[in-house]
Design a protein around this ligand. Sequence first.
Ligand SMILES: NC(=O)c1ccc[n+]([C@@H]2O[C@H](COP(=O)([O-])OP(=O)(O)OC[C@H]3O[C@@H](n4cnc5c(N)ncnc54)[C@H](O)[C@@H]3O)[C@@H](O)[C@H]2O)c1
Length: 278
Amino acid sequence: MTTGRLNGKVALVSGAGRGIGRAIALKLACEGARVVVNDMDEAPAAETIEAINAVGGRAVPCVGSVTDPEFGERFVRVALEAYGGLDIIVNNAGFTWDSVIQKMTDEQFDAILDVHVKAPFRILRAAAEPIRRFAKAEAEAGQEVFRKVVNISSVSGLGGNPGQVNYAAAKAAVVGMTKTLAKEWGRYRVNVNCVAFGFIQTRMTQALSADNAPVSVAGREIRYGVQPAMLEALERQQIPLGRLGTAEEAADGVYLFCGPESNYISGQVVTVGGGITF
Ligand SMILES: NC(=O)c1ccc[n+]([C@@H]2O[C@H](COP(=O)([O-])OP(=O)(O)OC[C@H]3O[C@@H](n4cnc5c(N)ncnc54)[C@H](O)[C@@H]3O)[C@@H](O)[C@H]2O)c1
């Protein structure tokens, strides 16, 4: 059952095959948006679309890596060709590849900057011209139509996190990009905001154990997870609400910036982290 609160809107969600991105795509679709579902892995993207169809929503896939230099143009083109619009962009795709600085390679550093910073930059650059065109036509017709960009950051980018010099630098850059675009795109009535997640239950934050198989991300085998003792300490001491968040709770935080209630909020960073503050 869709609620219809985002009826008529077209949403692009990157990294929507799993975890938080999947929950965001499903949430936006449940509220009535038609969704362009991206993931670099085809089967999870197809599964998200099935889940959207099952609740009566509408979605099309755009499979591929956001780091492909042509991807931004393709993502925007799919939205325009499939649904004739472009109202909400959620830059969510990403992964972590941790090491302490003395062990971190240039490849590791560049890969994380590419996926979290350069890819959203290219997607937003590709969206600029159609957004300008839509906004001009709407202004000429005397309408004020708000569009939404939500960039995903992390508490790692706001407060730092040992082992994540690449990821923390990338997620801090997302904040600068958000604030700059809020200033550039106010004239087009685009609200550009940033949601920084705390610790959300996905494969990224699973308890590390000897049985965890490495995850294959873009042809690299990466060991995801957090030491169980660290998870326990986080829940006991650092997260005021006392537990990790669910992907659905994370998606709800993004949704706050996708509807009309946020029309006069732009350039902001909100932490969705169970009470973690900076
Ligand atoms: N889980 C957390 O606690 C947490 C905390 C802070 C921020 N985040 C951020 O939230 C976002 C989602 O993370 P998650 O926990 O849901 O991770 P996840 O691994 O569960 O899901 C990420 C999805 O993105 C896809 N993806 C990765 N690289 C891609 C690429 N180059 N092109 C297209 N798709 C790609 C993956 O295939 C996967 O389906 C990421 O930006 C992450 O950095 C997560």
